[in-house]
Design a protein around this ligand. Structure first.
Ligand SMILES: *Cc1c(COP(=O)(O)O)cnc(C)c1O
Length: 364
């Protein structure tokens, strides 16, 4: 163990709970260690005595939680001698894969749905210099293609069907317990492919299990609440759907890859799935920015939309501690943010003192 206090990423921090050895070359951008921020104004607006925390995963190196899984997936790909990785992506996986491939000095191929990638994610992936393959089809079609091509070309898949992704991502649950001193009562998160809900559930379980090398950290596990966009809600339909639609492009997925594992998380935790309209999702995104100063991308706000709905209805009772994962940062999707704020466009005035003074006094 290094004596340095300098944080060097989640593999180093949780090395004894991850499948790496002393000789593994770690590919890291110091991901993880994201802030758990307690909301101060939204509980008051709800009029409910609840402790809501957000796990701001948008503060990872490429701006989403995908980095937690990618540090593990790329570390293991390189360890196995792989020279190239591939993924299908709604945007964040491609940005993350491209960054970690650059760091490792290997090649990244990313398959994205044409025209359905948020601007920030595309900009990142271009800058990290991945080979971008746009398809005339949605994420689910891209995912099917990736699985096929990996059988025919020397590339490692780094989508969340790669088990090392789940192992990296489970560390977010460890961090939450380490920060709070125990598991929360409820954990709320957006669900697309359902890799993340699977990973959190795995992490929470591992902290309640004692092994030869680890005593159990806690006996408590949270209730898992998975929220989807109304137009892309296969877990609510009870079956895969073919033409998912939502403004929250990161969860515009109709064929979730971790279907069975997500159902297990729901059942074993006594949790539930629910769905919210694009308007409800965007309202939650705006509320979080406006009342707490925290800007996440639309898909991420689905967790807060769901939590607020279930707190209001009493399904999540007063006195509860709730953690909402904010999966990605708001700057990923500037277009949606600006379109949403048409009523508060900048004032344009003459560049003189009286005009500025008038503008201020008119608005106060
Ligand atoms: C990938 C992603 C999700 C969905 O996570 P899954 O593991 O696919 O359920 C949600 N929000 C953002 C911002 C994402 O990038």
């Amino acid at each position: 163990m290094s004596k340095s206090k300098h944080y060097t990423g989640l593999i180093e921090r949780y090395r004894d709970r991850l499948p790496v050895s002393a000789t593994t070359r770690i590919i890291s951008l110091n991901e993880g260690n994201t802030p758990l921020i307690q909301l101060q104004n939204i509980p008051r607006l709800l009029g409910k005595a609840v402790n809501i925390y957000v796990k701001f995963e948008g503060l990872n190196p490429t701006g989403s939680f995908k980095d937690r899984g990618m540090t593990m997936a790329v570390t293991k790909a390189v360890e196995a001698g792989s020279k190239a990785i591939i993924c299908a992506s709604t945007g964040n996986t491609s940005a993350s894969a491209a960054a970690y491939a650059a760091r490792a000095g290997i090649k990244a191929f990313v398959i994205i749905p044409e025209g359905k990638i948020a601007l920030g994610k595309l900009a990142q992936t271009l800058m990290y210099d991945a080979t971008i393959i746009q398809i005339k089809g949605n994420f689910d079609k891209g995912m099917a293609l990736v699985k096929e091509v990996a059988d025919h070309a020397p590339v490692t898949i780094v989508n969340s069907i790669n088990p090392f992704r789940i192992d990296g991502q489970k560390t977010a649950a460890f961090e939450i317990i380490d920060d709070l001193g125990d598991a929360p009562d409820y954990h709320c998160l957006p669900v697309g492919n359902a890799g993340n809900i699977t990973a959190y559930w795995k992490g929470y379980n591992e902290y309640t299990t004692s092994t030869d090398s680890h005593p159990a950290v806690t006996s408590k596990r949270p209730v898992m609440c998975g929220y989807q966009a109304a137009g892309a809600a296969p877990f609510l339909a009870g079956k895969m759907i073919d033409n998912p639609e939502t403004i929250a492009t990161a969860i515009r997925i109709g064929h979730p890859q971790s279907w069975d594992k997500a159902w297990s998380a729901q059942k074993e935790s006594g949790g539930w799935f629910d769905k919210f309209s694009d308007d409800e999702i965007l309202a939650a995104q705006k509320m979080l920015s406006q009342y707490e100063g925290i800007f996440c991308e639309p898909a991420s706000a689905t967790s807060l939309a769901g939590a607020c709905h279930d707190i209001r209805s009493g399904k999540i009772p007063e006195g509860s501690t709730i953690v909402c994962t904010l999966t990605g940062v708001g700057l990923k999707d500037p277009d949606t943010a600006i379109k949403q704020c048409v009523d508060s466009q900048p004032l344009t005035i003459e560049a003189e003192l009286t005009a500025v003074k008038k503008a201020i006094l008119d608005t106060m």
